[in-house]
Unconditional design. Structure first.
Length: 107
């Protein structure tokens, strides 16, 4: 198929890339500098649109500030879904802190 259209194959791929740009802009929220707990809040929106996800994220972050603050401090937060503290909600920074503590005891 591509051998018959020769260099026009480039146009097919260029058009598909141009179509992809607005889809990425509208469907993929910015995740830079957000913790995993904040990402859970970000993707809790009922719609796939970025602007709705950001509004929902801001609302949930105000309703549950302990989730975002605990993650930044390296503490364990209460899991909103299960209501448990610690189990299933360990942050990456607390895991790294535990690994460092274990390493210092073995020396």
């Amino acid at each position: 198929m591509f051998s018959k259209i020769n260099e026009k194959t480039l146009y097919i791929f260029a058009i598909s890339n141009v179509i992809t740009i607005p889809m990425v802009w509208a469907l993929y929220p910015e995740s830079n500098q957000r913790t995993l707990e904040e990402m859970d809040l970000l993707f809790a929106a009922n719609t796939p649109w970025v602007w709705d996800a950001e509004k929902s994220f801001a609302k949930l972050k105000e309703e549950h500030p302990e989730i975002a603050h605990a993650a930044h401090k390296g503490q364990m937060a209460r899991d909103v879904e299960t209501g448990k503290v610690g189990e299933g909600s360990t942050t990456a920074s607390s895991v790294v802190k535990e690994d460092r503590d274990e390493g210092s005891h073995h020396e």
